[in-house]
Design a protein around this ligand. Structure first.
Ligand code: BDR
Ligand code: CA
Length: 319
C-alpha cells in the first residue's frame, strides 16, 4: 500500500481513526497534519501526539496547520461534541514527542514530494490545510494516489446547519478549491454513510475491558461522544463512525456497496445553503452511471459492519 498522510482535527472520532490506522497491518502512516475544527490546530496536534504515543508511534511527525479558514474566520471549538480539549475530557500524560517545527503545509508537501510512489491522503477535518497546500504547490494532485475526504451530506441532513456538514461547512472556500483541484482518485465519505455505521455501548464496554491500552483509550474518549449523540442525533447510546469509516475506506478495508462517480461542488454563497455539498445525483437510480463532469466517487452505501471490525482491531493485542 502507498504511504498515508492524515489531515485531521483530533477530535474523538479522529483519534479513533488514528488508533485504527496504527493498529491495521500494512498501513504505512507517514505523517499527521492538524487544522482548526473540533478544537484548535495546536490542541489537535497535541491530542494527536498523545493518541499516537498510546499506540507506540512517537516516530510519526505531527504538524499544526491553519488556525483560521481561508477567508480568515475562526469557528468556535466544538466542546459540546468532543469535550473540553477535544478528547472527551479524558486527561492523558504530557506527550514526550514535540510537534514538527514546520507548518502543516510544509510537512504535507515535504512528505508528498519525498514519497516517490506517491502518497494517499485521508482528510477528516476542514480542508484549509489542503487548500493552502494546493496554493503553494499546484502539482500536489499529481503526487497523490488517492484522496479520501470525510465530509458532506448528500441526501442526509447536515450537522452544523440544515444542509452543511462540519468538515465542508467550516471552510466552504477551502472545500470548493480542494474538490475542484483535479485529483486522480477522490473519494468522499459523507454523513449518509457515517451516520449509519454505529458504535454502541456494547462495543464501548468491550473496548474498556479488552486489556489493550489502544482499545481502552478509545472506550474512554467515546463516553462523551456517545452522550452527545444520544442527546442530539441517535435514538440510542452510541455514536456515528465518521472519521474511522473514512479511514477504513481509505485503506481499502471497507468496500462501499455504492460509490457512484458524481460531479461535486460546494455552495460558498452567504445564505442558508453555505457550506453544503452539492452532488449531482440525478440519474443514479438507473444503476449509478458516471455523471458527465464527475470529479469524485461519493460513498452512498456501506454494509454497516465496520464498527465490529474496528472494535476487534482496537482490542487485539497482537497487530
Ligand atoms: C466530522 O466533523 C467532526 O466533528 C468529526 O471529527 C468529523 O470529522 C463529522 O461531521
Ligand atoms: Ca474530524
Amino acid at each position: 500500500p502507498r504511504p498515508l498522510l492524515v489531515d485531521c482535527d483530533t477530535g474523538i472520532d479522529d483519534a479513533v481513526a488514528l488508533l485504527y490506522l496504527c493498529r491495521t497491518p500494512g498501513v504505512d502512516l507517514r505523517a499527521v497534519t492538524t487544522v482548526a475544527g473540533n478544537t484548535t490546530a495546536e490542541r489537535a496536534a497535541r491530542n494527536t501526539l498523545q493518541v499516537l504515543e498510546t499506540a507506540g508511534r512517537t516516530d510519526i511527525p505531527v504538524a499544526a496547520g491553519a488556525a483560521t479558514t481561508l477567508r480568515g474566520d475562526t469557528h468556535p471549538e466544538a466542546g459540546f461534541v468532543h469535550g473540553d480539549g477535544g478528547l472527551g475530557g479524558v486527561a492523558l500524560p504530557e506527550p514526550t514527542a514535540a510537534p514538527d517545527p514546520g507548518t502543516a503545509v510544509e510537512l504535507l508537501l515535504r512528505t508528498a514530494r519525498e514519497t516517490e510512489a506517491g502518497i494517499d491522503i485521508l482528510a477528516t477535518a476542514p480542508l484549509t490545510n489542503l487548500a493552502l497546500a494546493l496554493r503553494a504547490e499546484p502539482r500536489l494532485p499529481e503526487w497523490v494516489g488517492r484522496l479520501t475526504i470525510m465530509g458532506g451530506a448528500v441526501h442526509h441532513p447536515g450537522n452544523i446547519s440544515p444542509l452543511a456538514e462540519a468538515n465542508i461547512g467550516h471552510d466552504p472556500e477551502a472545500a470548493a478549491a480542494v474538490l475542484a483541484a483535479g485529483w486522480r482518485d477522490l473519494t468522499l465519505v459523507p454523513l449518509d454513510v457515517t451516520m449509519r455505521e454505529n458504535l454502541t455501548e456494547a462495543h464501548r464496554q468491550r473496548l474498556l475491558a479488552c486489556g489493550n491500552p489502544v482499545g481502552r483509550l478509545a472506550g474512554e474518549i467515546l463516553d462523551f461522544y456517545f452522550t452527545f449523540h444520544e442527546e442530539t442525533a441517535l435514538p440510542f447510546r452510541g455514536s456515528a463512525c465518521h472519521d474511522p469509516l473514512a479511514a477504513g475506506i481509505a485503506v481499502g478495508e471497507v468496500t462501499p456497496r455504492a460509490a457512484p462517480r458524481l460531479p461535486v461542488t460546494v455552495d460558498t454563497a452567504d445564505g442558508a445553503a453555505r457550506g453544503a455539498l452539492v452532488a449531482d445525483t440525478r440519474g443514479i437510480h438507473r444503476g449509478y452511471p458516471a455523471q458527465p463532469g464527475a470529479n469524485a466517487a461519493v460513498v452512498l452505501e456501506t454494509d454497516g459492519t465496520f464498527p465490529e471490525l474496528l472494535v476487534d482491531r482496537l482490542c487485539r493485542i497482537r497487530k
